[in-house]
Design a protein around this ligand. Structure first.
Ligand SMILES: Nc1ncnc2c1ncn2[C@@H]1O[C@H](COP(=O)(O)OP(=O)(O)OP(=O)(O)O)[C@@H](O)[C@H]1O
Length: 312
């Protein structure tokens, strides 16, 4: 990838908690004005990376440069130029939405207007509500408003949409894409594949504190997954019949999703795979009447790289 000016440069970053290597030698660059994603399952080291990058943790090794500043050497200058949303922010429960956004705005020299950021995260109706009366999703959106109000050039969002309903998630995606439109660099962590795929220009996949793959969502998919996925609802195949399906050699790999009772055939030859599958199923009188063909997603990439799903 051709890099423009990097806003963030991290080299061989390490952060240990006793024997736990939460971040174990990761390096990456984030180009100014892009959305960069760190994707990984719970416990992979995402929050520790963010907290170390913004100076809340002292690192055990490596280099960090954000807008040319080191979070340990220039903490105050750095804080004035970035916005941060952490996973479980402790907010003053008796302040109203507007009061806390104004309070945060007062920490910065060139903040956005409180009303504007409150509107952008869709909390207009709650502007005079005390924080203790907000729902979980509303607190989440408030935390993002607080990260935005300082008008920082780099914004860190740690799992911004975890726990939100689909509509609220999509609304926040628009807020994040809008930040990029305005030239803000966004660093976000997520364990949602669809979110990374939809939002990020570039992303790293992290597991056990190490980067296991990186690229644009499309590059990752092309690199790891040129195949198509033929997915269908299990018509009630017995174990022997599933084994027989494998022996037929009509796909590169077969994955059985026990919980959802779905079978996925990964293939380069869709037509051959589907024809043979249909013949086989009809031949044993278990016809398939619910089938889709789709491109591989990052969920498939993660499964292939780590041997397990991203969901626990
Ligand atoms: N303050 C701490 N003390 C000890 N261990 C910690 C501390 N913070 C994180 N860890 C450990 O470091 C590892 C990485 O945790 P981290 O919270 O960074 O992961 P994550 O990818 O953000 O996951 P999640 O989505 O669950 O927050 C985990 O094994 C975690 O238990």
């Amino acid at each position: 990838m051709n890099m423009g000016t990097p806003s963030i440069e991290v080299t061989d970053l390490k952060k240990y908690f006793g024997s736990v290597k939460a971040v174990d030698g990761i390096s990456f660059q984030v180009e100014a004005g892009t959305i960069f994603g760190m994707l990984g399952p719970n416990g992979a080291g995402k929050s520790t990376t963010v907290e170390t990058m913004v100076g809340l943790n002292k690192r055990d090794g490596g280099k960090i440069s954000i807008l040319g500043l080191d979070p340990e050497k220039n903490p105050e200058e750095l804080k004035s130029k970035i916005g941060v949303q952490l996973q479980s922010p402790s907010l003053f429960p008796r302040l109203t939405v507007k009061e806390i956004v104004n309070l945060f705005a007062s920490f910065y020299s060139d903040p956005l207007s409180a009303d504007e950021v409150i509107a952008r995260v869709g909390l207009e109706a709650k502007v005079n509500e005390q924080i203790k009366n907000l729902s979980g999703g509303q607190r989440h959106r408030l935390a993002i408003a607080l990260a935005m109000v300082g008008n920082g050039k780099v914004i860190f969002l740690d799992e911004p949409t975890t726990g939100l309903d689909p509509q609220a998630r999509r609304q926040l995606w628009d807020v994040i894409l809008q930040l990029k439109e305005e030239g803000v660099t966004v660093f976000l962590t997520t364990h949602y594949m669809d979110e990374a795929e939809k939002l990020c220009d570039h992303l790293v996949i992290i597991d056990h504190g190490k980067i296991i793959a990186q690229g644009s969502p499309r590059e990752l998919i092309n690199q790891y997954f040129k195949e198509r996925a033929v997915e269908f609802v299990d018509p009630g195949f017995s174990k022997e019949e599933r084994d027989e399906l494998k022996r037929l050699d009509i796909a590169n790999r077969i994955s059985y999703e026990q919980e959802e009772k779905h079978i996925i055939l990964y293939t380069d030859e869709i037509s051959r795979t589907i024809t043979r599958l249909m013949e086989y199923a009809a031949g044993i009188d278990k016809p398939i009447d619910d089938i889709i063909v789709r491109h591989a997603t990052l969920e498939d990439v993660f499964l292939k790289l780590t041997g397990r799903g991203i969901r626990e």
